[in-house]
Design a binder for this molecule. Structure first.
Ligand code: ADP
Length: 168
């Protein structure tokens, strides 16, 4: 099995150790992938999220997956696109911090949505390049650790973008 995969469809149906949620700072749910994850995981997810005290942009927090196939949900907060240099750093930190946290919890397969590219309006091509470069660097720096990456793409535009840059 390849270490890096692309999946077209709903992240909540994936059978992996952890799925990543593109959350907002409150961690109390929202629209897009956040809403889908909360609906699929059930209300217990929100109860646990209430105990976390929110999350800053670029950081990540972990909960159980409840009704999901995934054991864990890693909640990370992407930048709201503003065009500043800090956007790229914050977006890269989402991927890096999610992976660091995943490793701490012995996660060996993790699915990422295209963080910030929905209502947070990060340009898709730039966001895809940052995601792939950051994950590749992490995998290189953690080459002794077995981690499978799944890029979860909800639409064909995103799927084709990842496909082009991953050259799979
Ligand atoms: P953000 O606020 O970080 O932009 P969004 O949820 O609005 O988060 O969008 C992030 C990405 O997640 C977009 O590409 C969107 O199409 C995608 N998305 C929405 N629902 C799902 C889902 N159920 N599974 C996977 N990706 C999803």
């Amino acid at each position: 099995m390849s270490k890096i995969q692309i999946d077209l469809g709903d992240i909540t149906r994936l059978d992996c150790d952890a799925i990543v949620n593109a959350a907002n700072k409150t961690l109390l749910g929202g629209g897009g992938v956040d809403g889908a994850i909360h609906r699929a995981a059930g209300h217990e997810l929100l109860n646990e999220c209430r105990t976390l005290g929110g999350c800053n942009t670029g950081e990540a927090k972990i909960t159980k997956g409840y009704k999901l196939k995934a054991k864990y949900v890693i909640h990370t907060v992407g930048p709201i696109y503003s065009g500043k240099d800090s956007d790229a750093t914050n977006l890269a930190n989402c991927y890096k911090n999610s992976l660091d946290l995943a490793k701490k919890y012995d996660v060996h397969s993790i699915a990422f949505p295209a963080i910030s590219t929905g209502v947070y309006h990060y340009p898709l091509e730039d966001a895809t390049k940052i995601a792939i470069a950051t994950v590749d660097t992490w995998l290189k720096n953690n080459s002794d650790y077995d981690m499978t990456i799944i890029y979860s793409c909800f639409d064909t535009k995103t799927y084709n973008m990842y496909k082009a840059y991953l050259k799979l």
